[in-house]
Design a protein around this ligand. Structure first.
Ligand code: NDP
Ligand code: DGY
Length: 329
């Protein structure tokens, strides 16, 4: 694709992306690609420089794309393609105002993220990291009736906050564990919840009646800080809390207090604030808190498909053709 001056369109990639995506971009031969050629995040100054004059931007969830970046890019910018389904890092109002298209990666990572969330829930509830550690450090002295006991899903009530694509995939996966009740909350009730016998309830009811709470909603001004002191104080003392949405949905000071005081039993977090969580963070001192480094979608296959989809979205936006996953606002 050429500009009016007969030059190839410029795109800037804020990171190394899976080879499946790079192959699609090079095979298309329609754009001149420049890239932050690293597995580590681009520094703000390099992002502002790299994006100058770009027609397309391929970014990650760790890149804050706000008015400053859009100004630095200038009027050529036609499309932003993010290698993620979450788009809370994009200043959508600014982007919309400037008529820039947005591509994202829904659906293709749903199964991987749901699998990881259920794995995290089980690991947290059944204390797997603690058990592994005890085997290694000699703490395993014998089979003991009350040692390393946790909580089981069978006969329990599970509450899913945000029964969207991933929330529903989590619900489908926990039901075969013979869960007694599946509660969910969100902005609207869902017809498709019938498949998992999902009961739409107010958030307070979900929090007070669930044995396991899984947060799988998107980060919005309404959900930011939603899991706070008041939230944890309504949970059962035996309750297990799991978050695979975004870190800022949780007030981490309040979570630390709830975990260390025995207000709730345990928590599993795939997402934190900030990311990475500093190694001296108080949450990391707790045995009843399992923290993962945001690996929900991290299977080889899923990341390859995300890479390909983000490249196709970028090319579609540049060429004015179909974007397989365009975010409509
Ligand atoms: P969806 O848009 O399908 O689902 C988002 C859900 O959030 C919807 O069910 C929506 O409910 C709910 N929601 C929105 N506002 C509220 C609210 N105020 N209270 C409760 N629920 C609310 O997105 P996905 O399922 O595809 O992805 C969800 C999120 O998961 C992403 O935005 C991302 O942040 C995170 N994610 C994390 C990954 C990881 O690696 N840990 C991987 C992939 C995604 P309603 O429809 O009623 O508005
Ligand atoms: C997303 O896509 O939003 C995740 O957080 C990473 O896959």
């Amino acid at each position: 694709m050429q500009t009016a001056a007969g030059k190839l369109m410029k795109v800037f990639l804020t990171r190394r992306i899976p080879p499946e995506g790079m192959k699609i971009l090079s095979a298309a031969g329609v754009c001149e690609v420049s890239q932050w050629d690293s597995d580590e995040p681009v520094q703000r100054a390099d992002l502002l420089k790299g994006v100058q004059g770009a027609h397309g931007l391929l970014c990650l969830l760790s890149d804050k794309i706000d008015a400053e970046v859009l100004d630095a890019a200038g009027p050529n910018l036609k499309v932003i393609s993010t290698l993620s389904v979450g788009y809370d890092h994009l200043a959508i109002d600014e982007i919309k105002k400037r008529g820039i298209l947005v591509g994202y990666t829904p659906d293709v990572l749903t199964d991987a993220t749901a699998e990881l969330t259920v794995a995290l829930l089980l690991a947290t509830a059944r204390r797997l990291p603690e058990g592994v550690e005890e085997v290694k450090n000699g703490g395993w002295s014998s089979w003991k009736p009350l040692w390393l006991c946790g909580y089981g899903l069978s006969g329990s009530t599970v509450g899913v906050i945000g029964l969207g694509r991933i929330g529903m995939a989590i619900a489908r996966r926990v039901m075969p564990f013979v869960v007694k009740r599946l509660l969910y909350s969100g902005r609207t009730a869902k017809d498709y919840a019938a498949e998992v016998n999902g009961e739409y309830v107010p958030l307070d009811t979900l929090v007070s009646e669930s044995d396991f709470i899984v947060v799988s909603c998107s980060l919005t001004p309404e959900t930011q800080g939603m899991c706070d002191k008041a939230f944890f104080s309504k949970m059962k003392n035996t309750g297990v809390f799991v978050n695979s949405s975004r870190g800022t949905v949780v007030n981490q000071e309040d979570l630390y207090e709830a975990l260390s005081s025995g207000q709730i039993a345990s928590a599993g977090l795939d997402v934190t604030t900030p990311e990475p969580l500093p190694t001296n963070h108080p949450l990391l001192t707790l045995k009843n808190c399992v923290v993962l480094p945001h690996i929900g979608s991290a299977t080889y296959s899923t990341r390859g498909i995300m890479g390909a989809l983000s490249a196709q979205n970028l090319l579609g936006g540049l060429q004015g053709t179909d974007m397989p996953s365009e975010l409509t606002f």
